[in-house]
Design a protein around this ligand. Structure first.
Ligand SMILES: Cc1cc2nc3c(=O)[nH]c(=O)nc-3n(C[C@H](O)[C@H](O)[C@H](O)COP(=O)(O)OP(=O)(O)OC[C@H]3O[C@@H](n4cnc5c(N)ncnc54)[C@H](O)[C@@H]3O)c2cc1C
Length: 263
């Protein structure tokens, strides 16, 4: 009998299917990906084709309309095989919720289809060099210039910084004193002029990696805003509660494998 009351027979069957895929396709390449520091985009596409990326999104955005528990079950099984690779599920679920809820459908729609198909990676850029715990106290500048926003500053400790295709960026549009009420969120394509990245040596998860993103007069159209101006923190940060549970599953999966191997 399954000891977890939230996991019914269908979710248990899903977990077993994903575990077979993870054992056969994800686990064997873990060390190679860790050494080459390269996420295997073919494998990502395979996961997308199987419906393993963001299955909780509605079908109109490329998902399967399944529950968040299904996303959690998949995430946990992929994390058992490769912690780095499971970041792709985590980033897809967190960012797709933000994009589908707060983005302009004409702008975010095509990106969401690519994310769920395993054809694009979306990063999230909140943390800054001065420290991440006090997230509302961020300094990256976002200024309005006609139909564009102009971004200047630095984000750091960003997962997949140098491998992502797009990123959700939080910056200050209000005064420095405005705290959480002067923050705006934007969708920024990573190939936008003025944007550069680097990568840290992120032990244990070198394939996904972490790094800084530097913005020098990066211009994105106003249509790329997520939520209302100055409401980025209050509205968009709600998605973080969901991702925290997914991160919990990631950690549990790795801890369980460590215990099994030790035993
Ligand atoms: C593996 C990994 C992946 C990450 N991926 C991303 C990502 O994709 N995007 C992103 O935006 N960020 C990412 N981060 C950054 C993460 O959000 C930050 O590490 C986190 O917010 C903490 O910030 P910090 O590391 O700057 O630590 P600090 O904020 O500098 O904190 C350092 C220590 O001081 C303590 N502390 C801080 N403030 C106080 C206080 N007022 N009183 C008492 N103690 C305090 C903290 O608890 C902590 O122990 C990632 C981090 C890791 C480790």
């Amino acid at each position: 009998m399954n000891p977890n009351p939230y996991i019914d027979d269908d979710l248990q069957a899903l977990a077993e299917t994903v575990r077979r895929f993870a054992d056969e396709r994800v686990k064997p390449g873990f060390l190679v990906r860790d050494q080459t520091r390269d996420l295997d985009r073919t494998l990502l596409k395979e996961m997308g084709d199987l419906g393993f990326i963001c299955p909780e999104l509605p079908e109109t955005f490329g998902g399967l309309g399944m529950g968040c528990l299904a996303a959690g079950v998949i995430h946990e099984e992929i994390a058992r095989a490769d912690l780095s690779f499971s970041y792709l599920n985590l980033l897809a679920s967190l960012n797709s919720h933000i994009l589908s809820k707060y983005g302009n459908p004409d702008i975010v729609g095509p990106w969401l289809k690519k994310i769920t198909a395993g054809e694009a990676i979306c990063a999230i850029a909140l943390t800054e060099p001065r420290g991440g715990s006090d997230a509302a106290n961020l300094r990256l500048r976002i200024e309005r210039d006609g139909d564009f926003y102009v971004i200047n500053g630095e984000k750091t400790s960003i997962s997949a910084a140098d491998q992502a295709d797009i990123t959700v960026v939080f910056g200050r549009t209000g005064t420095p004193e405005s705290g959480a009420h002067g923050v705006t969120a934007l969708l920024v394509p990573m190939d936008t002029k003025g944007l550069t990245t680097n990568r840290f040596d992120c032990h244990g998860q070198r394939a996904i990696g972490r790094g800084s993103i530097f913005f020098e007069n990066v211009r994105v159209p106003v249509s790329h805003r997520l939520g209302d101006e100055n409401k980025g923190f209050v509205q968009v940060m709600h998605g973080f509660d969901y991702s925290r549970s997914l991160i919990g599953l990631q950690c549990l999966a790795v801890a369980r494998v460590a215990l099994e191997e030790t035993w």
